[in-house]
Design a protein around this ligand. Structure first.
Ligand SMILES: *Cc1c(COP(=O)(O)O)cnc(C)c1O
Length: 478
C-alpha cells in the first residue's frame, strides 16, 4: 500500500486534543458499545466482523433503535394530543430512507408511510403496507404516479398546485373513485438549523401560499370537485429544525385558514398535517429536538388557537423522517491513503488561541465519499468520525476525512478528531448517516452503492445488498 503512516501527519497544531471517546450517545445508535479493546459494536455486532463479512463501505442500521425512535414519536405525540382530545397519525417520511424492511418496521410500530415518488410508493406497497396507511407527496407527480396511488387506495394525495386539483380529480373520475386529498400550503414559516423566520410569501416550489390567497383558492377548488374528498391541510416548514417554535406559528396560520374556509363554505377540514423536520445531532455536543419535549407545546398551541377561533380541534398528523432513521445508522469505511497536507494559512484553526500560520492537516481517504453521503457536498453538512476497530493512541490529530471521488469537494468529515496513529486498513465510522445517506447515494465515478445492513441482537441482516459492477453494466445496454 502506498498510504503514508498516519504518524507523519500527527504533527499538526491540534495534536494535543483527545479523540471523541466515549462516543456521544446523541450521535450514535442506542445499541452502540465500545469494547475493552476500543472496538465498537452496534446491536451486538462487532463492526470488525461485519466489515470482514460484508465489506466496506457499509451502512449499519440498528433495528432496535429505529423501532424505539418510531415508537417514541407515536407515544409522545399520541399522549400529548390525546390530552387535548384528538388523535395523531405519525407518517414516516420514506424519502429519508426506505426499504421494504424499514417500511414494515415503521408499520409494525404504528406509523404510516409518506412517499413522494412512484419508486417510494412501490417499495411501501411491496412491503405490504396497506394503501390506506400511505400518503403521496410531490410537487410534480406524474400521471402514472397519481394513477398508481389511486389504484393502491392511498389514504391521501397531497396536492401541491391548482393544476393538480384538476389532474387528480380527472384521474379519480377515470378510475371511478373519490380521491382523498390534502392541500399543501405555505405558511411563511421557514425553519431549519437553530432558527426560524416567518414572512408572508415564500419563494420556493412547494405548496400554495396562505398569504397570497392561492391556498384558499385551491381548497375551494377541491370542494367544488365531487371526485375529491378534502381530508386535510398540510404544511412542512423545513428540515433539521432545532427550534420548535416555528411549528406553533405554522399551526396557527393553518388553523386560521381552516376557520376562514369553514366560515366561507361551511366545510370544516378534519385534519391538519404539520409535516416533519425534527432535527438531530450531527456533531458531538449538539442536542437533538426531543419528540417528548416538542409534542406537548405543539398540542397546546393547537388547542389554544382552536379555542380562540371557536373551532373544534382537528385530527393531526406529523411526518418525521430524519429523526426516526438518521441516528440509527453509521457508515463504516476502510481507511486507505493517509496524507499530511501543509496548510498555508490558519483559517481553519479553532479555538485554542494559537497564532495563525502554516500547519499540517491529515487527509484520511476512505473507500466511499460523496457517492454514499452527498450532504457535505450538497449542503456543507458537518459530520464526525471515530476509529472503530481499535482504541488508537490517546493523542488526537485534526483530520479531514475525504472520499475516493474525483472532486476536491468530496469531503466526508470536514474536521475530524482522530487518534494520531490512524492508518491504512483502519475502520472509521461516521454516525448519523441513516437519513438522506443511502437515499441520496449515486453511482458517481461508477462506484457501486454500499449495502444497508441491519444489526439486532448480535445478528446481521442485509436490507439492501451492495451494488456490483455487474449491476452497473446491466444498465449499459448500448
Ligand atoms: C422531507 C419531508 C419530510 C421529512 O423531513 P425530515 O426533515 O426528514 O423530518 C416530511 N414531509 C415532507 C412533505 C417532506 O418533504
Amino acid at each position: 500500500m502506498t498510504g503514508l503512516d498516519g504518524r507523519d501527519g500527527a504533527q499538526g497544531r491540534h495534536g494535543d486534543h483527545a479523540p471523541d471517546r466515549p462516543l456521544d450517545p446523541h450521535l450514535w445508535p442506542s445499541g452502540t458499545v465500545v469494547g475493552p479493546d476500543g472496538a465498537v459494536s452496534i446491536g451486538g455486532v462487532d463492526l470488525r466482523a461485519l466489515a470482514a463479512e460484508h465489506g466496506t463501505p457499509a451502512y449499519v442500521l440498528d433495528e432496535a433503535d429505529f423501532r424505539r425512535r418510531a415508537r417514541s414519536f407515536r407515544e409522545a405525540f399520541g399522549a400529548a394530543f390525546a390530552a387535548i382530545g384528538t388523535q395523531v397519525d405519525v407518517y414516516y417520511a420514506g424519502k429519508a430512507f426506505l426499504s421494504t424492511a424499514v417500511a414494515r418496521w415503521a408499520t409494525e410500530e404504528g406509523l404510516h408511510i409518506d412517499t413522494a415518488t412512484g419508486g417510494e410508493l412501490a417499495v411501501a406497497l411491496r412491503a405490504g403496507v396497506p394503501g390506506a396507511r400511505i400518503g403521496l407527496h410531490g410537487n410534480n407527480k406524474s400521471d402514472a404516479e397519481i394513477r398508481r396511488a389511486l389504484e393502491a387506495g392511498v389514504g391521501r394525495i397531497v396536492l401541491d398546485s391548482l393544476l393538480e386539483v384538476d389532474r387528480v380529480a380527472g384521474a379519480a373520475a377515470a378510475a371511478g373513485v373519490r380521491a382523498p386529498v390534502m392541500v399543501r400550503v405555505t405558511t411563511g414559516v421557514h425553519a431549519g438549523g437553530h432558527e426560524y423566520i416567518s414572512t408572508a410569501h415564500e419563494d420556493q416550489k412547494f405548496g400554495l401560499s396562505i398569504a397570497g390567497g392561492q391556498a384558499q383558492e385551491a381548497l375551494e377548488a377541491v370542494l367544488a370537485r365531487p371526485e375529491l374528498e378534502l381530508v386535510g391541510i398540510h404544511s412542512h416548514i423545513g428540515s433539521q429544525i432545532l427550534d420548535a417554535s416555528g411549528f406553533a406559528v405554522a399551526a396557527r396560520r393553518i388553523l386560521e385558514l381552516r376557520a376562514r374556509l369553514a366560515e366561507r363554505t361551511g366545510y370544516l377540514v378534519g385534519e391538519v398535517d404539520l409535516g416533519g423536520g425534527y432535527g438531530i445531532a450531527y456533531l458531538p455536543g449538539e442536542v437533538p429536538l426531543d419528540p417528548a419535549r416538542v409534542a406537548g407545546p405543539m398540542a397546546d398551541a393547537v388547542a389554544t388557537v382552536c379555542a380562540e377561533l371557536g373551532t373544534p380541534v382537528p385530527r393531526v398528523s406529523i411526518e418525521p423522517g430524519r429523526a426516526v432513521v438518521g441516528p440509527t445508522t453509521v457508515t463504516v469505511y476502510t481507511v486507505g491513503t493517509v496524507k499530511p497536507v501543509l496548510v498555508e494559512d490558519g483559517e481553519e484553526v479553532v479555538g485554542d488561541g494559537s497564532a495563525p500560520g502554516a500547519f499540517t492537516r491529515t487527509y484520511v481517504s476512505v473507500d466511499g465519499g460523496m457517492s454514499d453521503n452527498l450532504r457535505p457536498a450538497l449542503y456543507g453538512a458537518r459530520y464526525s468520525a471515530a476509529l472503530v476497530n481499535r482504541e488508537g493512541v490517546a493523542q488526537g490529530v485534526r483530520a479531514r476525512v475525504v472520499g475516493k471521488h474525483c472532486e476536491s469537494g468530496d469531503v466526508v468529515v470536514h474536521d475530524a478528531l482522530l487518534p494520531a496513529d490512524v492508518r491504512t486498513g483502519d475502520l472509521l465510522a461516521v454516525p448519523a448517516t441513516g437519513a438522506y445517506g443511502r437515499s441520496m447515494a449515486s453511482n458517481y465515478n461508477l462506484v457501486p452503492r454500499p449495502p444497508v445492513i441491519a444489526v439486532r441482537d448480535g445478528a446481521t441482516r442485509v436490507l439492501v445488498r451492495r451494488e456490483t459492477e455487474e449491476d452497473l453494466l446491466a444498465l449499459d445496454v448500448g
